[in-house]
Ligand binder design. Structure first.
Ligand code: ADP
Ligand code: MG
Length: 305
């Protein structure tokens, strides 16, 4: 089966009316909405490195889109479309069917169109997705705006994906295989959050990026970390390790003034948010548990200072 036949069979479904021209020409065409900035990001998944070779292809398709929509959400932007660069070792129709279905399922859930890409043969299965979205000019929520006294907040629960990676077959594996990009929350935080990041490398490390970019510090109250019941039941050291240093959560971590947080809670949100700490002028990230200082040696956590 030639490249064009793969594209036509698996990657040429209907596009949203907001796209002028999708798959099939030399490039896609989009009309920028008035006074909006283009928000664009890319993420690559390599088989054997980012997921085991035998991972369900539907989950790979979903996740390759979800991780990019999470980056768009973390800017406060609305996702619109994606491009897919696919390198395949061989043509496996069962795999392509499952993968494309997972990819389109995630696209459909968040109103996103696949508008183009590239398909090549290579010894390694590699999936590179580029996502595009829009935001009112000047409104993007970057990593650098945290202010002293802001709350540090997190959406959903952290540590599930890292726990699932070590307990394959556990029901939390769906959190590892099918992360939910927080697209609605991200857009609601536009104009309210002072800084934001999505958690892909662990909460401590990713919050560290906010602190470094904002030239601030933070103190976290470990008793406030939202975790699944199975993690809550672990000993302190273990659960904090999962929650703070586990990767692949794709929750949003943001800083917000107490007043703006009240405004946020007046709206209907499709995910809970939790206040887990406060921004300080200390330039360091420190931890306490019921007001007692805690020293943590987190695996894989690189100190940002
Ligand atoms: P060109 O040779 O001009 O780069 P291609 O033959 O690579 O064009 O692609 C033909 C069309 O199919 C283009 O519109 C391209 O964006 C699209 N396309 C190629 N591969 C994919 C893919 N994996 N998913 C979606 N669209 C694709
Ligand atoms: Mg090409």
């Amino acid at each position: 089966m030639a490249e064009f036949s793969i594209i036509d069979t698996y990657f040429n479904r209907q596009i949203n009316s907001s796209v002028d021209l999708g798959v099939g020409d030399d490039s896609a065409l989009l009309t920028p909405p008035p006074n909006q900035q283009l928000v664009i990001c890319a993420d690559t998944l390599v088989a054997g490195r980012h997921f085991p070779l035998d991972t369900n292809p539907h989950a790979i398709g979903w996740k390759s889109v979800a991780v990019n929509l999470s980056d768009i959400a973390a800017m406060g932007a609305k996702p619109q479309s994606i491009l897919l660069a696919l390198s395949l070792p061989q043509i496996d129709h069962d795999w392509l069917k499952g993968f494309s279905q997972g990819l389109y399922d995630c696209c459909d859930q968040f109103g996103v169109s696949l508008i183009g890409g590239d398909t090549t043969q290579s010894p390694h299965l590699t999936i590179s997705v580029t996502a595009l979205g829009w935001i009112e000019a000047g409104q993007a929520v970057t990593r650098s705006g945290a202010q002293i006294g802001d709350y540090v907040c997190v959406s959903g629960q952290v540590g599930d994906a890292a726990y699932a990676l070590q307990h394959l077959g556990h029901h939390l594996q769906k959190r590892l295989d099918y992360p939910t990009p927080r697209c609605q929350l991200g857009q609601k935080l536009k104009g309210l959050a002072s800084s934001m990041i999505d958690i892909s490398d662990g909460l401590a490390q990713d919050l560290g990026h906010i602190l470094k970019a904002s030239h601030k510090g933070a103190i976290l109250n470990l008793e406030n970390l939202a975790m699944s019941p199975v993690l809550q039941d672990l000993c302190h050291e273990q659960k904090w390790q999962y929650a703070l240093a586990g990767g692949d959560d794709y929750e949003l971590c943001f800083t917000i003034s107490p007043q703006n947080y009240k405004t946020l809670l007046q709206q209907q949100l499709d995910v809970n948010t939790t206040i887990i700490g406060t921004i300080t002028n200390s330039q360091t990230l420190s931890f306490q548990h019921h007001d007692q200082a805690v020293m943590l040696n987190l695996n894989g956590y690189q100190h940002f200072a």
